[in-house]
Design a binder for this molecule. Structure first.
Ligand code: ZN
Length: 354
């Protein structure tokens, strides 16, 4: 059996106007579950869009995408009685709402309030422990029914999420193509790999312009296109490809680097991953892509050397590289990626000038 789920979305500054007609067929009794900052940014607009619905609960999900927070929702009577769960927030909040909906077999709708990951459209949840450390990737039966992307809300969100989101999104294409290199793909994986181009080329072309327009506070069409890359293109790849093709060196190195426990306090996920993308391109001798990606990273201030991640050349990085080469993201790659190859690539990048 082969199955393919694809993201459904509405995007635009009036995207929330489509909530009513799209959600209504699933029921009128809704529960809103949100992050604190997300609610400040989007609450008024969401409430206005849901006029006429029976909002039976309004719940702040907590701070962490943990089983404790998921189980709290699953046990909550208003959530259990609701026809529909609506998650409003960033990746952590939406992963909590998605998982609660999965457990209760209730339809979930998402309102993405930042563009940083594809969590608002995928059917996996990244679960953390209460202390914020990574616990597991939980697979859901279905993705959210529909995602509402209000470009005005995302445009005003803290810009570092968009910035790091661009780095994470570009990695999707580079890693997917690399890990699927020598395989014969089924339709769904081929579909995902083909769509992964939309994670990379629009970024090279318009990513910097979009980011600059956010910095300047002047909205441009480029912003919408890059939001679609970050959320919908990446989410499509995640939903379509065999999980083997979701990640490779860039994410393995990210997990390796996070053995330095300060790393994630000082740097965002997509920021760290974007350094790993450059390393993977060097390991795989993709010189044209390396040049394009390096120049992009430089133009927006994403990492291009160890110093950008608060590391130094004389650091042997043994702990980091040991953790990288045993990371599951490297179980399925076209050839064995060794510690020596990674170290060589890191040294190469230090001297690289584009
Ligand atoms: Zn990532």
């Amino acid at each position: 059996m082969q199955q393919l789920f694809l993201p459904r979305y509405t995007i635009g500054k009036d995207a929330l106007d489509s909530m009513k007609p799209i959600i209504e067929p699933y029921g009128k009794r809704v529960v809103l579950i949100y992050g604190e900052k997300a609610w400040k940014a989007a609450g008024d607009k969401v409430l206005a869009a849901l006029k006429g619905f029976d909002i039976s609960g309004m719940i702040m999900y907590g701070k962490e995408a943990s089983w404790d927070n998921i189980n709290k929702l699953v046990a909550d009577e208003t959530v259990r009685q609701a026809d529909v769960l609506i998650g409003i927030g960033g990746g952590k909040c939406l992963d909590v709402v998605k998982t609660a909906g999965d457990q209760l077999k209730k339809p979930v709708f998402t309102v993405a309030t930042i563009a940083s990951t594809c969590a608002s459209v995928t059917k996996i949840s990244i679960i953390h422990n209460n202390d914020g450390s990574f616990k597991e990737v939980f697979r859901l039966k279905e993705p959210p029914v529909h995602c509402f992307i209000d470009t005005e809300i995302i445009f005003r969100a803290p810009r570092q999420y968009f910035w790091a989101g661009m780095g994470d999104t570009m990695a999707k294409h580079i890693e997917c193509v690399f890990s699927a290199k020598n395989d014969v793909l089924d339709f769904a994986s081929e579909y995902g790999r083909t769509i992964s181009s939309l994670c990379y080329y629009p970024m090279i072309e318009k990513g910097a312009a979009a980011y600059n327009s956010i910095i300047k506070g002047e909205y441009s069409e480029d912003v919408e296109e890059i939001i679609l890359s970050i959320i919908v293109a990446t989410g499509s790849v995640s939903l379509a490809v065999n999980p083997d093709y979701n990640s490779a060196v860039a994410h393995a190195l990210y997990y390796g680097l996070t053995v330095r426990e300060w790393m994630e306090r000082k740097h965002l996920h997509g920021e760290i991953v974007s350094y790993g993308t450059l390393i993977q391109l060097i390991v795989d001798k993709q010189w044209d892509k390396l040049k394009q990606t390096y120049e992009f990273n430089k133009s927006v201030g994403l990492p291009v050397c160890l110093k950008d991640l608060d590391l130094t050349m004389d650091d042997p990085l043994d702990d980091v590289l040991d953790a990288t080469v045993i990371n599951p993201e490297l179980y399925h790659v076209p050839y064995k990626v060794t510690k020596e190859m990674l170290r060589e690539a890191i040294d190469y990048l230090e001297d690289y000038k584009g």
